[in-house]
Design a binder for this molecule. Sequence first.
Ligand code: DC
Length: 237
Amino acid sequence: MSGEESRIPQPRRKTIIAIDGPAGAGKSTIARHLARRFGLLNLETGAMYRAFALKALRAALPLEESAGLKKLAAETSIRLEPGGDENRVLLDEEDVTGLIRNPTVTDAASRVSIFPAIRAWMVRLQQQLGAEGGVVMEGRDIGTVVFPHAEVKIFLDAAPEVRGQRRFEQLGKSGRAPAVQPEEVIRDLHARDERDRNRADSPLRPAPDAVLLDSTDMTLEQAVAAAEAIVAAKLKI
Ligand code: DC
């Protein structure tokens, strides 16, 4: 190996890598690996929508009424602290990291995220979080809305059955979810996909300049390697 090749890759300080795609495509795993590999912070924007959804559920607000949600948002603080394996999520300074991955909050997150006022607030927070660069940010609209000028954009996808199965296995491993059947997870995932792809404001779709990565026939390790290669090629490192 030449000296050139053996150098540890050093992306530019301001680098922003945007990872978008539907649930269960492997975004979190890939974002985590890319952050480690390239020395960047990993920011999961879905966790922010989840934290707000938790607050709305606790307040017993109807999730289809934007006015109440907008008012609630005005009195809510959400912070993400990048950590090793996942972000610590602080809702009004309460650590809710362990409370936001269950099916009820998951469904509610997708519901509250359709409202423009909620999205505008979240996008602002996310732009502040990533303003310094040096981040891998994952979500649904990072490459299209939050950071349309990100240096690297990857749109990760996989067939719905594969994503459903992965999500089911993830829930089992995390020990955080109540017992559910794989069919139930796949059904919920379909419903969420529909909503995330068809909402009027910032629907889930690839940015025109995103690199598409379909992990249907890949192991997660293969998908991670493919994503690393995309980043290295884009950043020329
Ligand atoms: O990535 P996730 O599964 O944690 O996201 C939960 C929900 O939050 C998802 O169904 C839609 C919404 N979301 C969004 O609208 N925009 C983002 N950037 C991230 C998540």
